[in-house]
Ligand binder design. Structure first.
Ligand SMILES: *Cc1c(COP(=O)(O)O)cnc(C)c1O
Length: 351
């Protein structure tokens, strides 16, 4: 067995995926995008769940969509395309989320070049202040120009909340999106097939969403079992699909307060350490290069995180552990993201 190791329970992930699809379908969401970005391109997990009923596979990085090329779902680029990656976007994504007309023009000409028709969802910012055309700004000229492009199809509009500003999706703010859709459809006599009402933070509203919202883009809820407006674990979902196991490389009794003139720690911060007398201290072989230590929660009772550096995690051991033993941690979203991205962390799949 090799450590540090992230233990991945495929069965629990699959059960979560089935639950989410069921919850969405019963709430009138016909199309659910499987958002894979927290997995950093892990194909084994995607293979396990891609066929359960998701309509699209969505990721924020083209590199990951490329890895998933042979998976039989349309691919969505979630993050607004960089101008420098337009060629790859047309090559590896069937659909992209967009908000900048210059970029959309370039997508159209590249799609023509590659003899393709590329789908886009036009994003609207309803107040969270991440991506999208601000909902009070004029958008009709942009929409008209897109509708006249030969190699792009405007398949829908969408919004993203609870990402920068922490704004919670409500019936009221999401109704703005329905209103924009209706305006576009009436003004241009078109039909937009997707009205994309957000991410895992919209789940708490189900089944009562504003009329017409028929798509959600779901990542965190699948893998961590929780909605993200209030952080609640969803009923009958697994929050423990992923567990980190790290190995003890030193166990010694030492003072808890450093000795000598105190300057900065290895990351340039001044340590704030409380003197608790002698302490049984363990060092685990994992560090801030792989995960922010605050994002971990020990699963072993009698273990408390006291700090760490690039490659070391220090713990207070309230019961006896031996060098070579492992300690397990529960993960939040940023922990999962960084651990999956770290090439130093090995993966162990549980079927
Ligand atoms: C990450 C992301 C999602 C999925 O968010 P979760 O909270 O993980 O469900 C949806 N849409 C966009 C644009 C994203 O960037």
């Amino acid at each position: 067995m090799i450590f540090p190791q992230i233990e991945i329970n495929l069965k629990k992930i699959k059960e979560n995926a089935e639950k989410i699809l069921d919850l969405c379908h019963k709430g009138g969401i016909e199309s659910v995008f499987l958002v894979s970005k927290v997995l950093a391109g892990d194909k084994k997990i995607i293979n396990e769940i891609a066929g359960l009923g998701f309509t699209h596979l969505a990721d924020s990085r083209i590199e990951n969509l490329k890895i998933y090329s042979d998976i039989n779902l349309p691919k969505v680029l979630l993050r607004l395309p960089m101008i420098s990656e337009i060629k790859a976007v047309i090559e590896y994504a069937d659909l992209s989320l967009n908000s900048e007309i210059e970029v959309i023009r370039l997508l159209n000409s590249e799609a023509k070049q590659q003899n393709k028709v590329h789908d886009i969802i036009l994003m609207f910012d309803l107040g969270d202040l991440r991506e999208g055309i601000f909902y009070l700004d004029n958008y009709l000229d942009t929409v008209e120009e897109i509708l006249n492009m030969n190699n792009l199809r405007l398949v829908g509009i969408g919004t993203n909340l609870t990402c920068y500003g922490g704004i919670i999706p409500t019936y009221e703010n999401l109704s703005q999106l329905t209103k924009i859709k209706n305006t576009i459809e009436e003004k241009f006599s078109v039909k937009l097939s997707l009205l994309s009402g957000g991410n895992s933070s919209t789940l708490h509203l189900l089944p009562k969403l504003p009329p017409g919202i028929n798509n959600l883009r779901i990542g965190e809820a699948l893998f961590l079992g929780r909605e993200t407006a209030y952080g609640k674990i969803l009923s009958e979902m697994h929050a423990d699909c992923f567990v980190l196991n790290a190995e003890l490389i030193e166990v010694k009794t030492k003072p808890s307060y450093p000795i000598g003139l105190m300057g900065m720690d290895s990351f340039g911060n001044t340590p704030e350490i409380i003197d608790q007398g002698l302490m049984r201290r363990g060092i685990l072989a994992i560090g801030k290069q792989d995960v922010a230590l605050d994002d971990l929660t020990p699963l072993n009772e009698d273990v408390e995180i006291i700090g760490g550096s690039s490659d070391h995690l220090l713990v207070n051991l309230k019961k006896e552990y031996a060098v070579g033993e492992t300690i397990s941690f529960a993960l939040n979203y940023p922990a999962l993201l960084r651990l999956m991205t770290s090439s130093y962390v090995k993966k162990k799949y549980i079927e």
